[in-house]
Design a protein around this ligand. Structure first.
Ligand SMILES: [Zn+2]
Length: 246
């Protein structure tokens, strides 16, 4: 987030001052695009002219359950004045509006979701590459061996290989010990040639967000610090705000 975050100590209002604050706005007027002078800081500066202000330094990246590319989402981040933390809500109602910032009560509580294998994508990719070399029955056996491995994996112990479309989704590479255990589970159902094919497939597709990488979704709630109550986000009543399917 580029800019300088300023908070009015007396009113608890926040603005992010950026180099774009004086950029002209453009609007359609009688069939032509007209340039209009603008000053996004003016209102704030006038309202808090004789008030004490302070700079806040962001401590966390903005977090949201919406994709990075979604321009109208609500995000939250934490910032500090050097003495205490503030939870800042950021949003805009129109794509060409500047962001609005508000200091709200609470803190961000993140929880790790369970990791899962991309089972449908694995089956599809395997069928596309190997046609009938691996039967449907054996393919299901392979997928079960992966799911068995994934059951007890903790995302904190895995290496992130890619970020998902929202800040809450991450992809994780399978470690070599995981790969070995998966193939060991397949030993009785596959012959040597098939096992080699499986190993090559795993290695080939275990990068970035490819089909053999695992997916985990974090969830976040805004926790009220005073009461220590967990409350759902103010924006909509859903308790679980991460997407069900990345
Ligand atoms: Zn003020």
């Amino acid at each position: 987030m580029i800019g300088t975050l300023i908070r009015c100590i007396e009113c608890n209002e926040v603005i992010n001052m950026t180099e774009w604050d004086y950029s002209p706005h453009y609007a359609w007027y009688e069939g032509e695009i007209k340039e209009q002078d603008s000053n996004d800081r003016q209102d704030f500066l006038q309202r808090h002219e004789s008030h004490k202000t302070e700079e806040l330094i962001p401590l966390t990246p903005p977090i949201s359950d919406k994709p990075y590319a979604e321009p109208l989402k609500i995000s939250y981040f934490e910032a500090t004045n050097g003495k205490r933390r503030f939870l800042i809500k950021r949003w805009r109602s129109k794509i060409d509006d500047p962001y609005t910032y508000e200091s709200i009560d609470g803190c961000i509580a993140l929880t790790n979701g369970k990791v899962r294998a991309q089972t449908e994508a694995i089956k599809k990719q395997m069928k596309a590459e190997n046609n009938s070399a691996i039967s449907e029955e054996k393919l299901n056996c392979f997928v079960k061996a992966i799911q068995k491995e994934v059951e007890n994996l903790d995302p904190d112990t895995l290496a992130v290989s890619a970020e998902g479309e929202t800040p809450l989704i991450s992809y994780y590479q399978l470690g070599s010990d995981c790969v070995d255990r998966i193939l060991t589970r397949c030993q009785d159902s596959f012959d040597r040639h098939e096992l080699k094919l499986l190993r090559d497939f795993v290695i080939e597709h275990n990068e970035y967000d490819d089909v053999m990488t695992l997916v985990a979704k974090k969830e976040f709630t805004i926790k009220k610090e005073a009461q220590k109550d967990e409350i759902p986000r103010a924006v909509r009543p859903a308790q679980h705000i991460s997407r069900s399917n990345p």
